[in-house]
Design a protein around this ligand. Structure first.
Ligand SMILES: C[S@@+](CC[C@H](N)C(=O)[O-])C[C@H]1O[C@@H](n2cnc3c(N)ncnc32)[C@H](O)[C@@H]1O
Length: 213
């Protein structure tokens, strides 16, 4: 397992893929067929840029990527990438995205955003849930009808509430656990396809329910 993890890091480094996370998105895309040439992609929690790199390889020069992170993202040579250095929990984020989209909507929103892990379960799950709620707000405003969201979260606390919020907004939801993730990581990804405008906008309260996986 250790050898496998190191291999991902090695290959990512050798091939200039920026991060081993590149392979997670590649695997998700190969399973679920996320990207189309010409897509507009918003990548949330994008640093150092592995997911941007992979998205670019699929959407071509007709598409574009807006990468957002509170950390600096080293510039890309490709002209169809813009990056925003910002905390997504800040209110200014909506205006910043709106400016970059220039009236268009995103075809795909991908979020690998996660807090620094404290190791305290309650703290970490609370923090990622705050990020998850904000990503859903961003999707509500900027994802086109029929669009796709990939959302990272931690298993356990808040998961049902999160799934209920997603079920109000997407026709099909699948869960994905990556073989590239750290051995003891509780991270999972929701692959949400077929965006529909939610009847209720809040994702704080939800009815009990099951989801497909
Ligand atoms: C696992 S890394 C993302 C790796 C990236 N997908 C890649 O392919 O290279 C998670 C990122 O989420 C970002 N992040 C966490 N909280 C954030 C916030 N409130 N606003 C913006 N970015 C945030 C972190 O700075 C970090 O770069």
């Amino acid at each position: 397992m250790r050898r496998k993890r190191d291999a991902y890091t090695e290959i990512a480094k050798r091939e200039g893929l920026r991060s081993r996370a590149y392979f997670k998105l590649k695997d998700i895309d190969e399973r679920y067929g996320i990207f189309r040439p010409g897509d507009i992609v918003i990548d949330i929690g994008a640093a150092p840029g592995g997911w941007i790199k992979y998205s670019l390889s699929k959407i071509g020069f007709d598409g574009r990527v807006i990468g957002i992170d509170q950390r600096e993202i080293e510039p890309f040579e490709e002209p169809n990438v813009v990056t925003i250095k910002a905390d997504i929990l800040g209110e200014g984020i909506f205006k910043s995205i709106e400016e970059q989209l220039g009236g268009e909507k995103a075809d795909v929103i991908i979020s690998d955003a996660s807090p620094n892990i404290s190791g305290v379960y309650e703290v970490d799950t609370e923090k990622i849930y705050d990020l998850n709620k904000r990503v859903i707000e961003i999707a509500d405003r900027f994802l086109r009808p029929g669009g796709t969201l990939i959302l990272k979260t931690f298993q356990g606390r808040h998961e049902r509430r999160l799934v209920n919020a997603l079920k109000k907004r997407f026709r099909r939801i699948s869960t994905y656990k990556s073989k590239v993730s750290r051995k003891r990581s509780s991270e999972i990804y929701y692959i949400c396809m077929g965006f529909i405008k939610p009847r209720k906008r809040s994702c704080r309260r939800g009815k009990r329910g099951e989801h497909q996986s």
